[in-house]
Write a protein that binds this ligand. Structure first.
Ligand SMILES: *Cc1c(COP(=O)(O)O)cnc(C)c1O
Length: 355
């Protein structure tokens, strides 16, 4: 605490990112990174950049990257917004679209960055409880609000909604923006992006993506949002009032090649989904109760073993998973899907701990 802090800084409770420990020989299953690495074409694109050009500012508008994203998803470039990781995109979404006179609505159990942004920007919010199966019930989102946001699949539960549910959410909320954070969409969830194609797409849907998870580029910091051009223009106004060059030259070059390499994405996501089914089966055979997952992580608990104890016992064995000390989910562990070998190490450690 310093007497020079502004009043708002004194009240902040910042987001706590998952640990990035420096220990050797770690099985790191705590921050939902990809175990397989990015497209080799993305790495080659970054390496082929002329480093002498780094003295020059990058393209502030990210024209080529926007084109690549628009082409992949069957959209127009003016429907695309870019940011330095989707966390930055989300920050601009909160500041530029969700700060309204009515409270923004999001689930009680969800990405813990949302309330952090609300506090930073002075946004009123109301949480809506997930049902007892940890599902989002879209009919709970029909009361008056200043916007709605949640991840699909939700984090940290991993449970997802079909596109038809999002469509019904949109028809019941024509006067507010609905933001769907599709950070984990590539592991078996229906994307809402097709709703934005054609000519009469909704004016209030914004879909946010990241290259950090399924595209394995968490270290490059690239995220984007797609939606109606008027929503995008609002976000551009915020961005150009904050940082006009959020994406560096290397990030733009790598992201374009990564977006164009659908084959690598499909191959690595399929491997993750295979490992996920096997891991769920093995853990459930040991008495775990695991929520259905369409993400690259699972959310699981053991009725006879406290979440925090399991977390610590795994950590003592060099296996890092995520545990949240929050209401309703204290008994759960969120475990990132790694390679089959990492899964085997996890299951072996769990067997040892339970015996
Ligand atoms: C990881 C994650 C993000 C942020 O990803 P960036 O690395 O900032 O692009 C956004 N939303 C959810 C739900 C996430 O899990």
């Amino acid at each position: 605490m310093s007497r020079f802090w502004s009043p708002v800084v004194k009240t902040l409770t910042p987001y706590v990112p998952g640990d990035q420990p420096q220990m050797q020989r770690l099985v790191k299953l705590n921050t939902n990174e990809s175990p397989y690495g990015p497209s080799p074409k993305a790495l080659a694109a970054i390496e082929s950049q002329n480093t002498a050009d780094l003295r020059l500012y990058p393209d502030p508008k990210g024209v080529s990257l926007k084109q690549a994203i628009a082409q992949l998803h069957g959209l127009e470039s003016k429907q695309v917004f870019l940011g330095n990781g989707s966390d930055e995109v989300l920050a601009h979404v909160f500041a530029g679209l969700l700060k309204q006179s009515k409270p923004v609505h999001f689930p009680d159990i969800t990405y813990s960055f949302y309330p952090v942004y609300c506090n930073l920007f002075g946004i009123d919010y109301q949480t809506i409880a997930l049902n007892e199966k940890f599902e989002i019930n879209t009919t709970d989102y029909q009361s008056s609000n200043g916007g709605i946001i949640f991840p699909n699949p939700n984090a940290p539960t991993g449970r997802s909604l079909p596109r038809s549910e999002i469509e019904s959410l949109l028809t019941h909320n024509k006067d507010s923006v609905v933001v769907i954070d599709e950070a984990y969409v590539d592991y078996g969830t229906e994307s809402c992006i097709p709703l934005l194609r054609g000519s009469d797409y909704p004016e209030n849907l914004l879909v946010v993506h990241t290259l950090s998870k399924s595209r394995a580029l968490a270290g490059l910091r690239v995220g984007f949002a797609v939606g109606h051009p008027d929503l995008i223009e609002g976000l551009e106004r915020v961005k150009n009032s904050f940082n006009s060059y959020p994406l560096g030259r290397l990030a733009q070059a790598g992201a374009i090649a990564a977006i164009e390499d659908q084959a690598h994405l499909k191959e690595t996501s399929a491997k993750v989904m295979q490992t996920r089914s096997k891991l769920i089966e093995e853990l459930n055979a040991l008495g775990f109760e695991t929520l259905p997952s369409t993400a690259n992580f699972i959310f699981t608990r053991h009725p006879k073993h406290a979440g925090v104890k399991l977390y610590q016992a795994l950590r003592d064995r060099g296996i890092i998973v995520r545990h949240f000390k929050s209401a309703r989910i204290e008994e759960f562990l969120r475990i990132t899907i790694g390679t089959d070998e990492q899964s085997d190490e996890l299951v072996a450690a769990v067997k040892e701990i339970l015996s």
